[in-house]
Ligand binder design. Sequence first.
Ligand code: SF4
Length: 74
Amino acid sequence: MFKIIQDHENCISCGTCLALCPAHWQWAQDGKAMPTGGIKKENGHYELETEDVGCSQEAADACPVQIIKIEEAK
Ligand code: SF4
């Protein structure tokens, strides 16, 4: 199991994650990106638990402000 964490406030809406991984990233209502199915936490970060990181790894690697983190969830 993995946890995808996005520091949503610091997203610059460049669209790279959507371009590289449209199956798992979408635009949120505030015009910034979010992981599809992700839940917004009190600290403003979006979190999504998934068994398959898939192309989100490429999105994390390519995000120009490096705000997408992927951790192993317990
Ligand atoms: S690649 Fe990063 S900065 Fe660009 S839209 Fe996605 S999360 Fe936001």
